[in-house]
Design a protein around this ligand. Structure first.
Ligand code: SF4
Length: 263
């Protein structure tokens, strides 16, 4: 049985929403307030997010910078796909990402006559998400990052860190990252600064404490309300690891909330 299945503790939507607000408030003193400011231009965000899949931030940035040495977006579309793959070789899977990037750029140009995405700021959120996810190579995570980071639209990007922590803590039952976008968004306030800070602070927490391998639970500020910690104590298994079956019955949400904060 996968770890996530053991952590599927029954909760109402109100309990999940309250738990998310508690996580936001608990992570803030740990990682600080995060004002919502765009970190890079919209097209940079769009293409870099494609490059970032299964790639470190450092390699993603190096691949992006070398991609730009091929010239303008028009010139990148016209470049041999092998040359694009070579330019982005610091990113993982360059052979599959290169044609996707070229197809994405081409679709943006065909539909908009250029590469200005600012029209997304004026579309209803649903339509903006649809326009972006209809582009080849663009999924819900990429669309959400562009819309939240660049246009302060009320969407919530779910990356591997956000997904892992929410699964372990128990704000969502077992589900994939894509489905988690919908599940979490309906529990969260439509408040872009809140969504941005929660996303960024979960990312930090996932990189430093609630890591993919054995998480550092004794150092975790979320442990008092984390299903995984209540069930496994300080021996929460790695996210992909087949865990030992916990002894006794898996507790209900109310039991978990009163379980105390021992480390
Ligand atoms: S208590 Fe452990 S498993 Fe739970 S969120 Fe913290 S680090 Fe992750």
């Amino acid at each position: 049985m996968a770890e996530e299945q053991l952590l599927n503790v029954a909760r109402t939507d109100e309990e999940r929403a309250e738990l998310l607000r508690w996580m936001y408030a608990t992570l803030r003193p740990e990682y600080g307030e995060k004002p919502l400011v765009a970190r890079r231009a919209p097209m940079h965000e769009l293409i870099s997010t494609i490059l970032s899949q299964r790639t470190t931030h450092q390699d993603e940035e190096a691949a992006y910078q070398e991609l730009l040495t091929l010239g303008s977006w028009d010139e990148i579309i016209d470049a041999p796909t092998g040359a694009v793959a070579h330019a982005i070789r610091r990113s993982n899977y360059p052979e599959s990402k290169a044609p996707r990037i070229q197809a994405t750029l081409k679709a943006v140009r065909e539909q908009r006559g250029g590469y200005d995405l600012d029209f997304l700021a004026g579309l209803p959120v649903k339509d903006a998400v649809k326009w972006l996810t209809d582009l080849p190579g663009v999924g819900i995570k990429t669309a959400s990052l562009v819309l939240l980071f660049n246009y302060a639209r009320p969407v919530f990007p779910v990356d591997t860190h956000v997904h892992r922590i929410n699964t372990r803590v128990g704000t969502i039952p077992r589900m994939g990252e894509q489905a988690a976008h919908r599940a979490l968004l309906k529990l969260l306030p439509p408040d872009p600064p809140f969504l941005y800070e929660l996303h960024v602070n979960l990312l930090r927490h996932g990189q430093r404490v609630c890591i993919w391998g054995r998480p550092k639970c004794p150092a975790c500020v979320l442990r008092e309300r984390c299903d995984a910690h209540v069930i496994y104590g300080n021996n929460v298994p790695s996210f992909g690891e087949k865990p030992p079956k916990p002894e006794g019955k898996v507790p209900k949400a109310g039991d978990l909330f009163s379980a105390g904060g021992e480390g």
